[in-house]
Design a binder for this molecule. Structure first.
Ligand code: ZN
Length: 284
């Protein structure tokens, strides 16, 4: 009788439990990760790199309504490292260039809607703002070292490295290789520049980023290798589309795609992009 009971127990209780666990485990090896890229948040002049407060709030509401959960870069990295899980429909928000309006307009809205985000900052701009008497103007200022520290301490904002001085078109296009530059010189230049911002952020803002955003989306294999040697785990491109992150495969974090949130686009179109994984061009 006892044996029969044990047998039935394993058949009806243990087996289904085990199978269900296996299915969940199998499903979570590969996760679809849409990432949205914002730049400025300002009112009254929407453009390719400018959205209004209203648009941002409408996006946040619509994204949540569609069943997505805002996740941090750390959660994604932990998942890949096998240290944690991700929600059913994760979504990552990023804001490039470290514009002060991200703190002034976006940060309160993110808090209001329980969202977190990555702010990718540019060292030269932060330095200029920190030494300027004209800081804290949403229209043109950039974040200061101190403001970055405040955002980091909030626990809601992760800071990303967007180069110290390579957010320029000339003489070098982003982290691209210059003509006549040797491979060794090129690699050293990329490493020195990104490393400089790491040092400054650690010293002045108390944060050491593990994510990096390529200026203008320009990337190369050599740059990637140098960035990884500096300890970066997640590298953001400007290639539109959705990335699949895979547990146990760090390389799935090395070319993370992002949808640019064009201010001339509706929230509905943005959501269509997120859901379909396909870029929908907007008339400008
Ligand atoms: Zn940028």
């Amino acid at each position: 009788m006892k044996r029969l009971f044990l047998c039935l127990f394993s058949l009806f209780i243990i087996f289904p439990f085990f199978t269900a666990r296996t299915t969940v485990f199998a499903e979570q090896q590969r996760v679809r990760l849409p990432v949205v890229m914002y730049h400025n948040v300002l009112n009254g002049r929407q453009g390719e790199y400018v959205v209004s407060e209203r648009q941002l709030e409408s996006d946040l509401i619509a994204i949540k309504k569609a069943g997505y959960t805002f996740v941090s870069a750390k959660q994604v990295i932990d998942f890949v490292d096998g240290k944690g899980s991700l929600p059913q429909k994760p979504l990552l928000l990023t804001f490039d260039d470290g514009n002060y309006n991200n703190m002034y307009y976006a940060f309160p809205l993110l808090k209001k809607h329980g969202a977190c985000a990555v702010f990718n900052v540019i060292g030269a701009f932060v330095s200029a703002s920190s030494n300027s008497s004209q800081a804290d103007n949403p229209n043109y200022s950039h974040l200061t070292w101190k403001e970055i520290s405040t955002l980091h301490k909030s626990g809601k904002i992760e800071i990303g490295n967007h180069t110290y001085g390579m957010h320029v078109y000339k003489p070098r296009f982003g982290v691209g290789q210059m003509e006549g530059e040797s491979e060794t010189q090129y690699r050293a230049a990329v490493k020195e520049d990104a490393g400089r911002l790491q040092t400054e952020l650690s010293r002045r803002s108390g944060v050491t980023p593990v994510v990096f955003a390529y200026p203008f989306g320009k990337y190369t294999t050599s740059a990637k290798e140098e960035l990884l040697s500096l300890g970066f785990r997640m590298l953001f491109t400007c290639n539109e589309g959705v990335t699949t992150v895979v547990r146990g495969d760090s390389s799935t974090l090395h070319y993370v795609r992002r949808f640019n949130r064009n201010g001339k686009m509706s929230t509905k179109t943005l959501l269509e992009e997120i859901e379909s994984g396909k870029h929908i061009p907007v008339d400008s």
